[in-house]
Write a protein that binds this ligand. Structure first.
Ligand SMILES: [Zn+2]
Length: 84
C-alpha cells in the first residue's frame, strides 16, 4: 500500500496509530462535481477514521458495474508528472 493509505492502520495526516474501520453508505449518490441530479447509485465505502485527529479516508467498494458506472460518469484526473 502507498504511503498515506489508512488501511495500513496509520493516519496519513497526523501519523496516529489508532485507525477505526466502518462503512459509509452515501445517501444521495455519487456524481460529477457541479452536476445536477442523475440516476445516481448509492455507493458503499469502507471508511477509515483516525480517532486522534478525525482524518477520514474512504475507499469505494468496487465491482464491475460500479467501475463501469464511474468511468461513464466521472472525469479522470491524470497522474501528475514529477511527483513520487
Ligand atoms: Zn490522524
Amino acid at each position: 500500500m502507498a504511503d498515506g493509505d489508512m488501511r495500513s492502520g496509520r493516519c496519513g495526516a497526523c501519523g496516529g496509530g489508532e485507525v477505526r474501520w466502518g462503512e459509509y453508505v452515501a445517501q444521495a449518490g455519487l456524481r460529477r462535481p457541479g452536476a445536477g441530479k442523475f440516476g445516481a447509485r448509492k455507493p458503499v465505502f469502507d471508511a477509515y477514521i483516525c480517532v486522534a485527529c478525525g482524518n477520514t479516508q474512504l475507499h469505494l467498494r468496487l465491482d464491475a458495474q460500479m467501475s463501469s458506472f464511474i468511468r461513464g460518469k466521472l472525469d479522470r484526473i491524470w497522474p501528475q508528472r514529477g511527483k513520487g
